[in-house]
Design a protein around this ligand. Structure first.
Ligand code: HEM
Ligand code: CU
Length: 599
């Protein structure tokens, strides 16, 4: 048993003691809540990247509302041109700018605050930020101006203005530089001995995200630079090669999101209820699996591409991809089990789920964490493995099942985790209280609930053959008619309802973040054990372990407790998960057998 973030730091060396560095020392503050040393230039980088991310979340959500109201056939709001234009804006603003700016905040945070280290290259951080922001603004202006109606995949031969590709390249170079700053911070921290032994698990998870980011961004360079030159008429780009290399970027970047999300899971578990790490080696190996197997999984985007053979497709998307899935399933077990054990160690030992009942459901950091784990696993994970199987993919390829799946992973999983983390960043880094506190307590439920309705309805609509990225499925201007099962109308109405609820949750989140950061009440002194409006309970009631924690731990691990082990509640949850998984997977093969009768 160990802790995902080290909470027991010795005081920094005072003047005259070995290790004292006057130059950097002066730019640290000591966090009054956690006693961590926070470097001013690290804090500034976290702040500016997080705020920028949230501004893009706002842009992406506005576009989301407009496109969701167009996909709802009964409303059909936008014209075809604006539907596709805003679909591109939505994906770039959300998946690229919101998510990646937030990840830059996470990388700066994990490589400094969590190991008491300094930002070793503040100027470089700012240059990178400038490049990223400049690139993002260039891309946005091209898209809104109608010069890049190519959707976020920009498949060749769709051609955008060269400045669009240049904007993406600037953004990617900036992000690559930040990964450099991240590794430099770790090296300097090691040299300055701000931490001992191996990296805490959360930092380790962030490091795997950074390594995958480097691999991903190199794929990005390999495809966007030729495409930029192609848009200038200087070279040729083969569409099939484009798709393959582009997905080396497009899919691998999802693994950055997953690794960053899992690192945040461990962090929020520790901060909110004192979750522990069951087994460091297992959690760390699972992170390594992500690095090893992720590029191959990109093949699932090419499952109907004619240029590639079935053996290549099956080997990559089944055997190799399952290793990355295995990693997520390991975290999907160790995170809740660590939470259960953490709660049991502090005396919440009643029955199978007493620890869950007594958990702080009103802490938006905690509820975001649980909702993120549950929806990511049950909806995102299960649907992903299923549609990633070549045979099943054939019946749902490019239907709404695809966005149904990835809104459950990157939105209900990653974006939800990032929102949860923000509820702790506001008091700890921005030193403000969380504004609109009652709305903040409800926000995770609204966002996750809406997304749940949205993703499940999309998945069903996809089963009935409703295409993704489609302006008008009634084909009103076509000379032929394409009838859908009438239930599709109902499902699309639910897609809209769920989407609008989730968007409301996102707007509330943006409102809370902006109000707290720019116009919020200062955090002020925090008295342990006294609840405060606008301060998550992990801060007012930090989870401390009892003095006899080792004895309690030994009792929980006692062999007499039987095969259910020290975290029986989680074992039951895992069995439910596996049963749902098997049932869903099986039912899809059953559907396949109806469609393709043999003999
Ligand atoms: C706030 C609530 C959100 C709503 C209501 C929403 C809604 C939608 C809708 C209706 C589509 C179009 C599906 C289609 O016609 O094929 C879509 C596509 C997409 N969304 Fe979202 N979304 C939300 C949040 C997000 C977030 C947070 C992300 C990323 C982090 C995201 C990433 C994407 C991507 C990558 C696409 C695919 C675009 C394409 O096919 O080119 N969405 N979303
Ligand atoms: Cu993928």
């Amino acid at each position: 048993m160990s802790y995902p973030i080290d909470t027991t730091r010795p005081a920094p060396p005072a003047a005259g003691e070995p290790g004292y560095r006057p130059d950097s020392q002066s730019r640290f503050r000591t966090c009054p809540v956690t006693s961590r040393r926070i470097h001013a230039q690290a804090e500034a980088a976290v702040k500016v990247n997080a705020v920028t991310a949230i501004v893009f979340l706002l842009v992406g959500t506005i576009a989301a509302v407009l496109i969701v109201l167009t996909r709802w056939q009964a409303v059909h709001l936008l014209s075809a041109t604006w539907f596709y234009r805003l679909l591109g804006v939505h994906a770039m603003s959300m998946l690229i700018f919101f998510i990646i700016f937030f990840e830059m905040a996470v990388l700066h945070f994990a490589s400094t605050v969590l190991i008491d280290a300094r930002n070793s290259a503040p100027k470089t951080s700012w240059v990178a930020y400038g490049l990223m922001l400049g690139g993002a603004l260039l891309v946005e202006s091209m898209m809104w101006g109608g010069k890049a109606d190519v959707l976020f995949t920009s498949y060749v031969p769709l051609r955008a203005d060269p400045l669009y590709y240049l904007g993406v390249i600037f953004f990617a170079v900036g992000a690559l530089i930040v990964t450099g700053v991240f590794f430099a911070n770790l090296v300097v921290a090691k040299r300055e001995r701000t931490y001992e032994g191996s990296l805490p698990l959360v930092v380790y998870g962030a490091a795997t995200a950074a390594i995958i980011a480097v691999i991903t961004l190199l794929h990005g360079a390999a495809i966007y630079i030729p495409t930029f030159l192609w848009s200038l008429g200087l070279m040729k780009v083969d569409p099939e090669v484009y798709r393959m290399v582009w997905w080396g970027l497009g899919h691998s970047s999802q693994q950055i999101n997953v690794a960053a999300m899992v690192a945040i899971w461990y962090m929020l578990g520790a901060l909110t209820i004192g979750a522990v790490v069951l087994n460091e080696k297992i959690s760390r190996s699972a992170f390594v699996l992500y690095i090893l197997f992720i590029s191959m999984a990109s093949a699932h985007h090419l499952l109907v591409d004619p240029g590639l053979g079935p053996a290549w497709k099956v080997v990559n998307t089944s055997y190799f991809m399952y290793m990355a899935v295995l990693a997520s399933m390991i975290h999907g077990f160790t995170v809740p089990a660590g939470m259960e054990l953490g709660m049991r160690l502090r005396g919440y030992t009643n029955g199978l789920f007493g620890w869950l009942r007594k958990a702080p459901w009103g802490d938006p950091g905690f509820s975001s964490l649980v909702l993120s784990v549950v929806v990511f696993g049950f909806v995102g994970g299960i649907t992903g493995v299923t549609i990633g199987t070549e045979q099943i993919n054939i019946i749902v390829h490019n239907t709404l099942r695809v966005p149904g799946h990835f809104h459950a992973t990157v939105v209900s999983g990653t974006a939800m985790a990032f929102m949860g983390a923000t509820y702790y960043l506001i008091p700890l880094i921005f030193q403000k209280r969380v504004a609109f506190w009652r709305a903040a307590k409800l926000q995770p439920y609204l966002f996750a609930g809406g997304m749940f309705i949205f993703t499940v309805s999309m998945t069903f609509a996809g089963n009935f053959g409703v295409p993704r990225r489609h302006w008008d499925i009634t084909f009103s201007q076509a000379p032929y008619s394409v009838p859908f099962n009438p239930i599709v109308d109902l499902l699309l109405a639910f897609v809209a309802l769920g989407g609008l609820l989730a968007a409301t949750g996102a707007f509330i989140f943006v409102g809370i973040a902006v109000k707290s950061v720019f116009f919020g009440q200062a955090l002020g002194p925090v008295t342990r054990g006294v609840a405060m409006v606008g301060v998550p309970q992990g801060i007012t009631h930090p989870p401390v372990h009892a003095a006899d924690v080792d004895q309690r731990n030994a009792e929980l691990h006692d062999a007499s407790r039987g095969i259910m082990g020290p975290a029986p509640g989680t074992i039951v949850l895992v069995l439910i998960f596996l049963a749902v998984f098997a049932l869903y997977f099986f039912s899809n093969w059953k559907i396949l057998s109806f469609l393709w009768r043999i003999g």
